[in-house]
Design a protein around this ligand. Sequence first.
Ligand code: FES
Ligand SMILES: [Fe+2]
Length: 334
Amino acid sequence: MHGFPHGYASGWYQVGWSGEFGPGAVVPLRYFEKDLVCFRTESGDLRISDAFCLHFGAHLGYGGKVEGDCIVCPFHGWKWDAEGRNVDIPYSDPERMKLQIKHWPVAEVDGLVLMWFGANGEAPTWDPPRMLPEGADHLTDFWPVYPDTCHVWPGLRFPPQVATENSGDAAHFHYVHGAASVPDVEEWSEGEHWFTTGFKVTFGGHAPTTWATPNGPVDGRIVTTCHGMGLAAGRIESFDLVYTLASTTPIDRHTSDHRATVWVPKVRGDGSKLDESVRDRWARQQTTQHVADFPVWENMTYIAKPPFAATEVKSFHALRRWIEGQYSNSGGAA
Ligand code: FES
Ligand SMILES: [Fe+2]
């Protein structure tokens, strides 16, 4: 994407899935122009810190080892605890140093790993959002998302705002995603850190029956809630009730990792068992839809004041205003 004017908005961003980080995992990450390391302590907590050892600059993500709740540097064995404090220099006294590596807030939600980014270094100003409704358990009510119903596309050329705006864009569902017609925007609403858009959609309108609509076309809805700029959570109300996430996490101002997650229920809309083949169809359908957006997103230019069509002007203006607020609200109280 060209000409994008904004920096980073504070918020929760996805950096992976819980299933990727087994016990003792040490994984290098790079987001927000920062080198980071993610590790799982022996007590099971996930931690993200700056990558570089404060002693002599080794990257802890390449050869660092978890010991208890600490990570040990591969270069000279210095040990850093779960808050980043230096607690051991194997050949000297760490007390005299009082060094601490910066840690970043992490949350594991519904099988996702989320990281808080404060544009001005501020602590989280809102709680990590749930992707599933209250009371739903991602492990018992849904097929495990990792590794079967998720996908990452690393290093794509667009910022998170492009994906955020996509969630409110009714017309592109017809032209990019093959919806039988342009869906009606049924509702939109917003809070300080979320924006919801609901569309009326006819599913399976092309055929008497499909794998997704075994009893024929379904008049349903797609409801998308953006949580900050990095997370666009979807609810597909078709024959099945499926939850999705499109997440976009910036590596730098021009490049992002984009991820798709699909929570496919274990029970179908009519109470029958939803088997692996239908699960895999949902996963493929979602990844195909994500890929369909990329050629547009990676090559478009930013238009500050688009000449919206009459049918889209109200909801799009509301979404753009909310988005501007996400940037200007960034950097609140530490
Ligand atoms: S660079 Fe990490 S212990 Fe020396
Ligand atoms: Fe799209």
